[in-house]
Design a protein around this ligand. Sequence first.
Ligand code: IPE
Ligand code: MG
Length: 234
Amino acid sequence: MDGNGRWAHGRGLARSEGHRRGKDSVRAVVEAARELGIPYLTLFAFSSENWARPGTEVRFLMSLLHRYLVTEVKRLMKRGIRVIALGDLERLPAQVRRALEQTVEMTAGNHTMTAALALSYGGRQDVVTATRRIAQAVAEGKLDPAQIDEQTVARELATGGMPDPDLLIRTSGELRISNFFLYQLAYTELYFTDTLWPDFRERDLLRAIAAYQTRERRFGTVETASPHRLRAAN
Ligand code: IPE
Ligand code: MG
């Protein structure tokens, strides 16, 4: 989700106004994805590098996140959406962490869609943490290095148990991954749009999915993968 600052700047508004409006896009996209029957939606909400922003902006983003978690839970429950969080959550302010834990706990039994919030998340750190866990298991004699395979690594990542993403959407015209899912994106279809995140709504999600549906996914082979169509949610 990128372009909140530019959206605000273009209107002569403070960056915080872009973030505030971006929160409405989050609601719109989460609910639209759920309607479409998408089983997993991950939102890269705050990167490990975003901590380096000015304190006032970080505090504003944290308070916005807190408000989102508290006020959105009713709507999430009503729609059967489960919330999980990925990243270095220890770094979040205690109040945000508590609200996050509560939302995760309250929605744990929901199974229509999983909305994963990547918070204080960095793709390289994710790989480092997984490596450390694997090394620990080897040191304890619980794991033979010869048995380490791609599944072992995938399991230890923050996304362990989640499927690899089919589609990555980046808004605001930037053509970078910016330390998002590095291991997980191996065969993900990439979609870049100039639309700024605060303007990104259901129609933009549909456009991205329509583009995805024209892609031929070969996963390194020569066969045409069976057409991937989204189920309608029932
Ligand atoms: C994305 O918008 C929001 C977060 C990273 C939290 P930006 O704040 O990065 O907006 P730009 O890139 O300055 O336009
Ligand atoms: Mg940005």
